[in-house]
Design a protein around this ligand. Structure first.
Ligand SMILES: Nc1ncnc2c1ncn2[C@@H]1O[C@H](COP(=O)(O)OP(=O)(O)O)[C@@H](O)[C@H]1O
Ligand SMILES: [Mg+2]
Length: 475
């Protein structure tokens, strides 16, 4: 199981933080914009009121052309530090009085301009007419400094910033605490799954730590584990039952074939013994045909005896315990070759080629049976050729050692090669080559018991080659 690159804990904290910070920042910005616009509007209203009062107070000074009075009226603005300059203009638009005294452009315009409110960089400018009834006496100009307002806005933005940072801290602490309720159960679940996989132990259970969907998930997970455990146990039991049944029936079958073969021997011995006695004791009373019949009885008896021996051998091999030891396969091959030559010294044309240094770690007795069968077959199926070459050797194939017994005898048709290793299957007629068809089945069983493979190659009248491997036990 792979380890996660990030944690749910980290993701949750990040999500909570992002949400809360974004919300705070948006709210703060909206608040600031609203504050700035409403403050400006308020200031504009205040200034308009002040201008209206000032204009009303200045009518007498303008009407009587008294600049000192006008300056006096304007000097009253001292009480408001946000108003930095003011000017009164006469009906022709010329400067009549200024505040502070003697102020000139650019602080105050040199001549009366358009009426109304105007923003100019950090100042709010107000111009309005001074009327007496319907008569226009002149105009009033006020310059209010907006820096105080900016100051207020800056202080406000700072306050909002501090609030955002503070709430981020609070959100961080809160989210760390909140995520525990989600990340903790998930972490426990993930750890349990990993433990199950790593140890292949399905008895592990996830601790239920929450009563929400995660709790349900943990419960479901536990139920699944319990189900797997139950099925495992059931399967194991079933396999054990089947194995026991199979073993029992195997034993029964082996015992049956063993006793059948064994019991067949006794009557066979009687047939053989009595036909021999008949030949010896009453041979003179039998004519040529009788003697020939009796010969065939004896041959058949001998064949059946061989068959019984082979079957008993096959049964024995399945049961015998493997006793591996180190020995030279070639040495065993040479002994068998010598035996064959001794039994039929007249077959001088047969040449055995047996490789040196074929050390293996295997059951000596069983491997002797293998070589005996293969070499004996090679010997038998080359009998109709005046000369023959039989080779026992080894070569490497894909790093595996392959042993082989090759001859240049009668061979066989590869189309039927798959039949060779089944008991009683023969590719040659009894009249051509005698046999029971049990040998290669026995060989295959021994090779399989050694964890190896056995296969055959051949062509009619071009010889045959039998190859086998043994599971490599370090020799
Ligand atoms: N060296 C060989 N050359 C040709 N055919 C062979 C050879 N070895 C085995 N066979 C074929 O495989 C059959 C089965 O062999 P085996 O089980 O040893 O039985 P058997 O030797 O009693 O006939 C043989 O009858 C024969 O047809
Ligand atoms: Mg044979």
């Amino acid at each position: 199981m792979r380890t996660p690159r990030t944690t749910i804990r980290r993701k949750l904290i990040l999500a909570i933080m992002l949400t809360s910070t974004t919300a705070l920042a948006l709210a703060g910005t909206a608040l600031t914009i609203h504050e700035v616009t409403s403050l400006r509007a308020l200031l504009a209203r205040e200034l308009a009121t002040r201008a209206a009062i000032l204009a009303a107070n200045s009518t007498a000074a303008l009407a009587f052309q008294n600049p000192e009075d006008a300056s006096q009226v304007l000097a009253g603005l001292r009480t408001d530090p946000s108003i930095v300059a003011a000017a009164l203009y006469d009906a022709r638009g010329g400067v009549f009085a200024t505040y502070p005294m003697g102020a000139s452009a650019p602080l105050v315009p040199a001549a009366a301009g358009a009426m109304g409110n105007r923003l100019e960089r950090a100042s709010l400018l107000v111009s309005r007419p001074v009327m007496e009834g319907n008569r226009r006496l002149g105009s009033l100009f006020l310059r209010s400094d907006l820096r105080a307002l900016d100051e207020r806005v800056r202080a406000q933005v700072m306050a909002i910033l501090v609030a955002v940072l503070g709430s981020m801290g609070v959100a961080l602490a809160l989210s760390a605490w909140l995520q525990g309720g989600i990340a903790q159960p998930v972490r426990i679940l993930a750890e349990t799954a990993k433990a199950v996989l790593d140890r292949k132990d399905y008895s592990v259970r996830a601790r239920a730590v929450s009563d929400d969907e995660l709790g349900v998930l943990a419960e479901g997970f536990n139920d699944m584990l319990a189900e797997i455990q139950r099925r495992d146990a059931e399967l194991e039991q079933r396999v054990a039952d089947r194995t026991a049944a199979l073993e029992a029936s195997n034993k029964e079958l082996e015992a049956f074939s063993y006793s059948v073969s064994h019991d067949l021997r006794a009557p066979l011995r009687a047939i053989d013994g009595f036909s021999k006695a008949l030949l010896e004791d009453c041979g003179d009373k039998l004519d040529q045909v009788g003697t020939k019949h009796l010969d065939r009885v004896r041959t058949a008896t001998r064949q059946m005896g061989q068959l019984i021996d082979d079957l008993l051998n096959l049964a024995r091999i399945s049961r015998a315990e493997l006793r591996r030891e180190r020995f030279d396969l070639g040495a065993v091959g040479k002994e068998i070759a010598a035996e064959l030559k001794r039994a039929q010294p007249e077959r001088e044309g047969v040449q055995f080629v047996i490789a040196e240094g074929m050390t293996v770690v295997a059951d000596t007795q069983l491997l002797r049976v293998v070589l005996d069968n293969l070499l004996r077959n090679a010997w038998k199926f080359t009998a109709k050729h005046p000369t023959a070459r039989i080779e026992l050797g080894q070569h490497r194939d894909n790093g595996h050692r392959v042993f082989f017994v090759t001859d240049d005898g009668a061979g066989f048709d590869m189309a039927h090669a798959n039949l060779l290793f089944a008991p009683f299957q023969r590719l040659h007629r009894q009249s051509d080559f005698e046999g029971t068809g049990v040998g290669l089945a026995t060989v295959q069983r021994i090779i399989h018991r050694h964890g190896g493979q056995l296969w055959a190659d051949g062509a009619v009248e071009r010889g045959a080659s039998f190859s086998f491997t043994l599971s490599e036990v370090k020799s």
